[in-house]
Design a protein around this ligand. Structure first.
Ligand code: OGA
Ligand code: MN
Length: 292
């Protein structure tokens, strides 16, 4: 395989690797290191069955099965469909996944490691791809923080809540997602994670906060927490930290959820079709204690 760095804040392309074939241990280790270093990896020109997508993704950790039990590949609940396509009045997939800045599963006590997306239909207009996926580099965002804020926030924690993103999509983005029921809210109670994490692959510090799910810096009074979170959100989204993936059909795209934020750009119409298969990989390999 060949790794080609984008030369930007994030991103590398992996060439000459057929993901339908089993991955050697050596290739896996190389990809894991590259994912930590570059944050976002794309593998162009893939041709995968859902099972092959699942097998590749599973090398990186335990796969999440979405609680909603919706839009899953028949027989493969770990593979979910993201799509705006409708057939016989029925949506084929989740139509507005990730359409604001967030970090996958920061609301979960076992956070996410990587998300693996396989692009099967990509909307284009005037020859340009639509529905790009944007990222921000949280290694660089940590490094760029004022020194006194790094010191002040060291050891502090943030509460993350699944409902924040969901409610905002309904309230501000006209999403057709149904309101969360009390039972669903109870099933996903808020969780707490450190403001700064040591990244398990790079060994460097990252800023682990995101506008999608971060609610509160627990060790600070409400007012100060609000002010500092607003500062962190603005800081981490600066254009100098950003990178954008422009999709081609056949791309597999994976990103490191500990070292990046992302946003799905909703710039395509209902008749401009996007169809993507997704596996979500938990960070259990890094955070679960090995059996004694
Ligand atoms: C996701 C997500 C981005 C996209 O699946 O978690 O944010 O571009 N998707 O579809
Ligand atoms: Mn996401």
């Amino acid at each position: 395989m060949k790794l080609v760095a984008s030369g930007q804040s994030l991103g590398a392309r992996v060439e000459d690797l057929d993901l339908s074939k089993p991955l050697s241990d050596e290739a896996f280790k190389q990809l894991e290191q590259a994912l930590g270093k570059f944050g976002v990896l794309s593998y162009p020109g893939q041709n995968l069955t859902s099972l092959q997508l699942k097998n590749f993704s599973e090398r990186f950790g335990r796969l999440e099965v979405n609680v909603a039990n919706l839009y899953q590949e028949p027989g493969l609940p770990e593979v979910m469909i993201l799509s705006n396509m409708v057939e016989n009045g029925k949506p084929l997939g989740l139509s507005d996944a990730g359409q604001d800045w967030h970090t996958d599963m920061s609301y979960s006590s076992m956070i996410a490691f990587t998300n693996v997306l396989y692009g099967i239909e990509i909307p284009h207009r005037d020859g340009e791809p639509l529905g790009n996926t944007e990222f921000c580099n949280m290694h660089a965002a940590y490094d760029g923080l004022p020194g006194e804020l790094k010191t002040r926030l060291a050891g502090m924690t943030i509460t993350h809540d699944f409902a924040k993103f969901w409610d905002k999509m309904r309230r501000e983005k006209g999403s057709s997602r149904p309101a969360l029921t009390d039972a669903q809210r109870k099933a996903k109670p808020p969780v707490t994670h450190p403001v700064f994490m040591t990244h398990p692959i790079t060994g460097e510090k990252v800023l682990y906060a995101n506008p999608g799910y971060s609610m509160r810096i627990n060790e600070l009074p409400q007012e100060e927490s609000d002010r500092i979170l607003a500062f962190l959100f603005e800081h981490q989204l600066q254009s100098k930290y950003q990178y954008r993936h422009r999709w081609s059909v056949g791309d597999v795209l994976m990103w490191d959820n500990m070292g990046t934020l992302h946003n799905a750009v909703a710039d395509y119409r209902p008749d401009e079709h996007r169809y993507i298969k997704r596996c979500q990989v938990m960070a259990n390999r890094y955070f679960e204690q090995a059996a004694p």
